[in-house]
Write a new protein. Structure first.
Length: 336
C-alpha cells in the first residue's frame, strides 16, 4: 500500500436518518477511509449532486441501507492512496468518479472517498474538476440511452428535457457522435442551455407542435433515438416523432409507483424499442465503452456541461433543496 497522509480525520456531510435536507444532513469530522485491495482513495475536490441522491435521502423507494450515509455518487479529485502496490503509479492522477455510494455507505460528499479502482476514471488534462464531477450518472445514462442500440452517426435524435443534466449530456454526446439533435424545453432559460449544448432544433414542449416541427425538419422521416426524462407524459409525442424501428429510452420517473400505458398497435406498427435505463444495473462492459467515448468527447473539448450552482460543503443542504425544488437549471456541485 502506498504511503498516506498523517491526517486521521476528514470533513464530511452525512445523514443518519431519512428526511428533509436541512433536518437530516450534518457536516462534521469523521475518520478518513483507507483503501483495500482493488480500491483507490481520492481526495475529492468537487462532488456532484444527482436526483438519485435526493431519493436516497428521502426514502423514495427504500429505507436506510446503512446506519450512516455520506451521500453523492459523482465527483472529481486526485488519487492520493491505493490498496494495491501495483497501482502505486496512479497516486497523483486526476480522476472523475462514478457510483461512489452505490452499494456502499460513503460517497463523494467528503474530503476523501474510497472506490473500486475502475470507478476512478482518468480525467483528461483539459477538463476541470467541475466538469469531471458533472459526468458520472448523467453522462453514463445519456450514453446508454443514445448508443445501446448502435452507432448514431447521421441519425436523428430527440432529447425530451434538453436542459436537464442528462438531457444536456445527451445533446453533447450526440453532437460529438455526428447526430442531428432536437431538444424540448419548457422556458427560455432552458432553451439557452440546450442551444449552448449544440441542439440543432429547440422546441417549447408546452407551446410548440413538437411532432409537426420535427417531421418538417427531418423530411417526414422522424427521429431514430429519443432520450426521455418523462416518458409517461411524453409517450404520445414520442410515438408521433419516432421513425420506424426507432428507440425510446426512459431514464427517470416522478414517483416510485409510476406505471406506463403503452399503445401496443402503434408500437408494433412502428417496430419500436422502449428501453428503460437505470445506470447502476447497466452491464460493466457497456459502462467501459461509455467511459471511452465520454473521455474521447472530453479530450476533444466538445463536452461542456452547464453548471447551475456550486456551494461549499457547509451549504450542502441548500444544494439539495435547490435541486429538489427544480430552482436551478444545470448541474449542482459541492466544492471541498
Amino acid at each position: 500500500m502506498s504511503s498516506m497522509p498523517e491526517k486521521k480525520s476528514m470533513k464530511a456531510a452525512f445523514y443518519e436518518r431519512q428526511g428533509p435536507a436541512h433536518e437530516v444532513l450534518c457536516v462534521a469530522e469523521l475518520p478518513d477511509p483507507r483503501p483495500g485491495p482493488g480500491e483507490v482513495r481520492v481526495r475529492v475536490h468537487v462532488s456532484g449532486l444527482n436526483p438519485t441522491d435526493l431519493k436516497a435521502r428521502t426514502g423514495f423507494s427504500s429505507a436506510m441501507p446503512y446506519p450512516r450515509i455520506i451521500p453523492h455518487q459523482d465527483g472529481a479529485g486526485v488519487i492520493d492512496a491505493v490498496g494495491d502496490p501495483n497501482e502505486a503509479g496512479r497516486v497523483g492522477q486526476r480522476v472523475w468518479i462514478f457510483e461512489a455510494q452505490y452499494g456502499r455507505p460513503a460517497g463523494t460528499a467528503a474530503d476523501y472517498v474510497v472506490v473500486p479502482s475502475a470507478q476512478a476514471v482518468p480525467l483528461p488534462d483539459n477538463a476541470s474538476f467541475e466538469v469531471g464531477a458533472s459526468l458520472g450518472i448523467p453522462a453514463l445514462t445519456a450514453h446508454r440511452c443514445l448508443f445501446a442500440d448502435g452507432d448514431i452517426r447521421g441519425k436523428n435524435v430527440l432529447v425530451q428535457g434538453g436542459a436537464g443534466v442528462v438531457g444536456t449530456a445527451a445533446i453533447l454526446l450526440a453532437k460529438w457522435a455526428g447526430a442531428w439533435v432536437a431538444a424540448t424545453v419548457m422556458n427560455e432559460a432552458q432553451a439557452t442551455v440546450a442551444r449552448a449544448a449544440g441542439a440543432d432544433l429547440v422546441l417549447d414542449r408546452l407551446n410548440d407542435d413538437v411532432a409537426t416541427a420535427i417531421k418538417a425538419r427531418t423530411g417526414n422521416a422522424g427521429v431514430d433515438r429519443i432520450v426521455d426524462v418523462n416518458v409517461k407524459a411524453n409517450l404520445d409525442i414520442d410515438m408521433a416523432c419516432l421513425a420506424p424501428g426507432g428507440v425510446i429510452s426512459s431514464y427517470a420517473m416522478s414517483h416510485a409507483d409510476d406505471a406506463l400505458a403503452l399503445p401496443l398497435l402503434s408500437a408494433m406498427m412502428h417496430g419500436c424499442v422502449l428501453r428503460f435505463v437505470f445506470i447502476y444495473t447497466v452491464p460493466m462492459a457497456a459502462k467501459i465503452q461509455a467511459i471511452r467515448d465520454i473521455n474521447a468527447c472530453l479530450a476533444s473539448g466538445d463536452y461542456a456541461p452547464h453548471i447551475g450552482m456550486k456551494v461549499e460543503l457547509d451549504k450542502i443542504a441548500d444544494a439539495h433543496v435547490a435541486l429538489e425544488s427544480a430552482s436551478v437549471v444545470g448541474k449542482v456541485l459541492v466544492a471541498l
